[in-house]
Ligand binder design. Structure first.
Ligand code: HEM
Length: 138
């Protein structure tokens, strides 16, 4: 399982190219998405304690995504100046924040035994939009 994850990451990063900061950003959100699925299935099958630990690790990855995303944003802001406000980079960052928000809400609502459907839909939509804006639009 671990080898598969590392191999997939390696292939994705090799195909995407870009600088090491971009690699770090893609690696952190990719791992976070995997941790999100693992946390979800643990919680769903009633493994409370492991799910809690997994969610703590996931939150650490949120911080890494935010740090690398904010750094990339800073690089673009230096280049674009005030135009950053109306740029696709800002839209991309908002979609990225939305993904984190959706993941957190799915797990929170699952833990509380509430329906998660609306946040699953948001997760899929925001993830697709973040990837389209990150890789295609910008
Ligand atoms: C799970 C959440 C996120 C996903 C799925 C995601 C996805 C992506 C992708 C696919 C790229 C393009 C990488 C490339 O050029 O190879 C990217 C770049 C970028 N992301 Fe994120 N991101 C997320 C979170 C964030 C957050 C929270 C921020 C802001 C704080 C952010 C800001 C940026 C910026 C500024 C870029 C650079 C755009 C570029 O140079 O192409 N991202 N992200």
């Amino acid at each position: 399982m671990c080898i598969m994850i590392v191999a997939t990451l390696f292939i994705i990063n090799t195909i995407i190219g870009g600088n090491s900061l971009t690699h770090a950003h893609v690696t952190t959100w990719f791992i976070a998405v995997i941790l999100f699925f693992v946390s979800y299935s643990m919680q769903k099958s009633g493994k409370e304690r492991p799910a809690k630990i997994m969610k703590m690790i996931l939150r650490l990855f949120y911080i890494l995504i935010l740090a690398t995303g904010a750094h990339l944003f800073g690089v673009w802001a230096t280049r674009l100046g005030a135009n950053i406000i109306t740029s696709h980079v800002l839209i991309k960052a908002i979609f990225g924040l939305w993904v984190i928000f959706a993941m957190e809400f799915v797990l929170d609502r699952l833990a509380k035994g509430k329906p998660t459907g609306i946040f699953w839909a948001q997760f899929v939509i925001s993830l697709l939009l973040a990837m389209i804006w990150g890789w295609v639009v910008i």
